[in-house]
Design a protein around this ligand. Structure first.
Ligand SMILES: CC(=O)SCCNC(=O)CCNC(=O)[C@H](O)C(C)(C)COP(=O)(O)OP(=O)(O)OC[C@H]1O[C@@H](n2cnc3c(N)ncnc32)[C@H](O)[C@@H]1OP(=O)(O)O
Ligand SMILES: N[C@@H](CCO)C(=O)O
Length: 372
C-alpha cells in the first residue's frame, strides 16, 4: 500500500550561490512526503516537483486503487502512471514555500517571521536545498525527476546540478515549462507582483503580526485572477462562459459576467490557502530562472544534460509556450520527440488532461534505457 509519509529535512544554503539572491546562508527546513519503498538497489527513486501554489501532497493514501486528495493523485499512486507499488516517490515543498518548508512566513532565527527579510531565492537555491534532502534520504540517484510549470524549472536545474553534486539523474520529465523565463512571463508576473505590493495590508512584506485575517488577501486574490487567466486558454474561456452574466447580475449596472465571477472565485480561493509573501518570492524565483546563466547560454546548458528526457507541452498553453518546450527538447541530446498534448485547457492541462498525460509518462517510465 502506498502511504504518504511526512518528514522534514534540514538543509543549509551554500554561501555565494550564483543569482540575484546570491550570498549568505539561510537555515532551511524542507517539508516532504514519500510514498512506496526505496528498493535494495536504491534505483527506484522518483522526485516529483510541484508548481507555484501546490505542495508536497502529490497524492493520498490510495490503497484501494482510487485517487484521493492530492494535486496529482491521478498521476501518482498504486497502479497510476507513476506507480508507487514500483517507485519510491519523494515530493518536497519548495524552498520559499508556505506548506512546511522555510519561506517568508517562517520564523527567522530571532523568532520573528522572516517577512521582507526573506531573501530572493533562485531556482538553483531551491535545488541546492533539495540536493541536501536527497542526501539525507540516502538517495544517490533518481530514476526520474519530474515536474510541470515551476516544477519543470527545478527539473532542468536538477539535470545539471544533481550530477555535479554526485546525485545521478537518469531521466527527466519536463511538462509545460521553460529553460529561461521569457519577457512575456515576466510581464504577466509583474502585474501580479504589483497587485500584491499595492495592497496596503502587504506592508512591504511584514504583515505576519497583523490581526487575524488582516493580511494582503485582496492583492493576492487579484494576482491569482491575473495568473489564472494565463493558465487557461482564450478558447476555453470563450466557450465556457461566453458573454453570460453571472447569476442575476447585470454587467450594464455594475454586475459581473460569469467569467469575472469565475476568476474572483479562484482568486478568493487561493487567498484563503496561500501566503502572499511566498507568492511574491516564488514568482521572483521563476522570473530569475535562466538555465544558461553562467553556463554559456541556454543551448550550451541543455547540451550538457545527460539524462534521458521527456518533454511535454500543451498546445493551447499561452503562458509556457510549446515553442519553449520545443527548445528544451531540441537542446537535450537524449530527448524523445516533443509530446504535444491537445487540450483547450491551456497551461493547466497538466492538472486536468490526465487521459493524455498519464499514458505519455507511463510509457516513458516503462521504456528500458536505450543502448547507444
Ligand atoms: C499546481 C497546483 O496548484 S495544485 C493545487 C490545486 N490546483 C489549484 O488550486 C490551482 C487552481 N485550480 C485550478 O487551476 C483548477 O481548479 C484545476 C486545474 C485544479 C482544475 O480545473 P477544472 O477542473 O477545470 O476546474 P475549474 O477551473 O473549472 O474550477 C472549478 C471551480 O470554479 C468554480 N466556478 C465555475 N464557474 C464559476 C462561476 N461562474 N463563478 C464562480 N465560480 C465558478 C467552481 O464552482 C469550482 O469551484 P471549486 O474549485 O471551489 O469547487
Ligand atoms: N495552477 C498552477 C498553475 C501554475 O503552474 C499552480 O497554481 O501552481
Amino acid at each position: 500500500m502506498a502511504r504518504g509519509r511526512p518528514g522534514r529535512a534540514a538543509a543549509v544554503r551554500r554561501p555565494g550561490d550564483a543569482g540575484p539572491g546570491g550570498g549568505g546562508r539561510l537555515p532551511v527546513t524542507l517539508a516532504y512526503e514519500t510514498w512506496g519503498e526505496l528498493n535494495e538497489a536504491r534505483d527506484n527513486a522518483v522526485l516529483v516537483l510541484h508548481a507555484l501554489t501546490a505542495d508536497s501532497h502529490v497524492t493520498g493514501d490510495a490503497g484501494d486503487g482510487h485517487p484521493t486528495a492530492g494535486w496529482w493523485s491521478e498521476m501518482v499512486g498504486p497502479g497510476r502512471p507513476i506507480d508507487t507499488d514500483r517507485w519510491f516517490v519523494v515530493a518536497p515543498n519548495v524552498l520559499g514555500g508556505c506548506q512546511g518548508s522555510t519561506g517568508p512566513a517562517s520564523n527567522a532565527p530571532d523568532g520573528q517571521p522572516w517577512g521582507s527579510r526573506f531573501p530572493v531565492v533562485t531556482v538553483r537555491d531551491q535545488v541546492t536545498a533539495e540536493i541536501d534532502l536527497a542526501r539525507e534520504l540516502g538517495i544517490g540517484s533518481w530514476a526520474l525527476v519530474v515536474g510541470a510549470s515551476m516544477g519543470g524549472l527545478r527539473v532542468l536545474e536538477w539535470a545539471l546540478m544533481g550530477p555535479e553534486a554526485g546525485i545521478g539523474v537518469d531521466a527527466v520529465t519536463v511538462i509545460a515549462s521553460t529553460a529561461q523565463s521569457s519577457a512575456d512571463q515576466i510581464a504577466w508576473a509583474h502585474s501580479q507582483l504589483l497587485a500584491i505590493r499595492a495592497d496596503p495590508r502587504f506592508r512591504g512584506g511584514d504583515y505576519y503580526d497583523a490581526e487575524d485575517g488582516d493580511g494582503p488577501h485582496v492583492g493576492l486574490s487579484i494576482a491569482r485572477s491575473i495568473a489564472h487567466t494565463t493558465y487557461r486558454s482564450a478558447l476555453e474561456l470563450n466557450e465556457r462562459f461566453g458573454r453570460v452574466p453571472q447569476g442575476g447580475e447585470d454587467p450594464l449596472h455594475g454586475g459581473r459576467y460569469a467569467v469575472q465571477s469565475y476568476l474572483d472565485h479562484h482568486g478568493d480561493k487561493l487567498a484563503r490557502r496561500f501566503d502572499a509573501g511566498t507568492y511574491v518570492r516564488l514568482t521572483e524565483s521563476m522570473l530569475t530562472h535562466d538555465l544558461g546563466r553562467d553556463r554559456g547560454g541556454v543551448e550550451t546548458a541543455l547540451g550538457q544534460i545527460t539524462a534521458r528526457a521527456l518533454v511535454v507541452a500543451v498546445d493551447s498553453d499561452r503562458l509556457f509556450l510549446p515553442a519553449e518546450s520545443a527548445r528544451i527538447q531540441r537542446g537535450i541530446p537524449d530527448a524523445e520527440p516533443l509530446h504535444l498534448m491537445h487540450s483547450d485547457h491551456g497551461h493547466d492541462g497538466f492538472l486536468i488532461d490526465f487521459d493524455q498525460l498519464g499514458p505519455i509518462v507511463a510509457e516513458f517510465l516503462g521504456t528500458p534505457d536505450r543502448v547507444s
